[in-house]
Write a protein that binds this ligand. Structure first.
Ligand SMILES: Nc1ncnc2c1ncn2[C@@H]1O[C@H](COP(=O)(O)OP(=O)(O)OP(=O)(O)O)[C@@H](O)[C@H]1O
Length: 273
């Protein structure tokens, strides 16, 4: 193998959902991908392709039938209990809906300090870390006394990112983290992810249905279609010359600024081009 050892390695992963005692649905049909230290790897695919299932498996929220997930060389495929709690400082998650993932009854200070206090950090030290994190995600210092519901969608996502960062994770699973935001806010949050990566060398597994978003932020991308990876490689190469027809379709769905090109693409998508 060339280059640094992967931080996260997924090998031939199969995940089923049990629909009834006899019936199972195979959501992931033997997926392999890896994320190297400091890298952002995109997992792109349309709704129902299995993206969130892969994220859940990494976080220990979906039990694989077979295959292997290793983190920093340790097999975590079926990690539970104490191992999972230890992993929680290394692997964090940012979800699509920042409001749903933040307790509305807790102040921002409590939301951010909780994971630290649970992990044994003193309250005084937690206060220092929280202040530093708010600064990093560009939220005003007085945000600590307010509640998540008092913030805009973009600001709430900044709170969720700060919460993911407080325990200094090495990997963040980002599950559609900008899908609920308008385009301008999306751009500023993606810039924030990039900046944080430069500052902290954190790695991202970046799940998205939007190849346009992935193109902005990911070094490499894997394209998931009906539970299988149909194409993967450097993002620039995949978006410049996608080989699989499904990737080509995903690319056609990316909005472009030029209305004439947009019309051409719409025609191509409808088979009129
Ligand atoms: N709890 C569940 N029980 C049964 N089937 C499920 C369950 N969760 C997901 N699935 C099915 O597994 C497949 C993959 O779902 P998953 O949520 O991973 O897709 P996704 O690509 O993340 O979609 P979306 O972008 O809409 O969130 C879908 O066909 C979905 O219907």
């Amino acid at each position: 193998m060339t280059g640094p050892a992967p931080l996260l390695a997924i090998e031939d992963l199969v995940v089923d959902y049990r629909l009834s005692r006899r019936v199972r649905f195979r959501a992931l049909k033997g997926i392999s991908l890896d994320v190297k230290p400091g890298e952002c790897v995109g997992l792109v695919g349309e709704s129902g392709s299995g993206k969130s299932t892969l994220g859940k498996a990494v976080l220990g929220l979906a039990a694989p039938e077979s295959g292997r997930i290793t983190f920093d060389g340790e097999d975590i495929t079926h990690a539970r209990g104490a191992t999972r709690r230890r992993l929680a400082s290394d692997i964090q998650v940012v979800f699509q809906d920042p409001y749903g993932s933040l307790d509305p009854t807790m102040t921002v200070s409590e939301v951010l300090a909780e994971p630290l206090v649970v992990a044994g950090t003193s309250r005084a030290e937690a206060r220092t870390v929280v202040a530093d994190m708010l600064d990093r995600v560009r939220l005003p210092a007085d945000a600590v006394h307010r509640y998540p519901g008092e913030f805009s969608g973009g600001q709430r996502q900044r709170i969720a990112i700060a919460r993911a960062l407080v325990r200094r994770p090495r990997l963040i699973v980002c599950d559609e983290p900008v899908s609920a935001l308008d385009l301008t806010t999306q751009a500023t949050i993606l810039d924030l992810f990039l900046e944080l990566q430069r500052e902290t060398s954190v790695s991202y597994l970046f799940v998205s249905h939007d190849l346009g978003v992935v193109r902005r932020i990911c070094h490499r991308v894997s394209v998931l279609y009906q539970g299988e990876i149909v194409e993967s490689g450097p993002t620039a190469a995949i978006t410049r010359a996608p080989e699989h027809p499904y990737t080509q379709r995903l690319l056609l769905a990316v909005p472009v600024a030029d209305p004439a090109r947009q019309a051409e693409r719409r025609a191509a998508r409808l088979g009129l081009g």
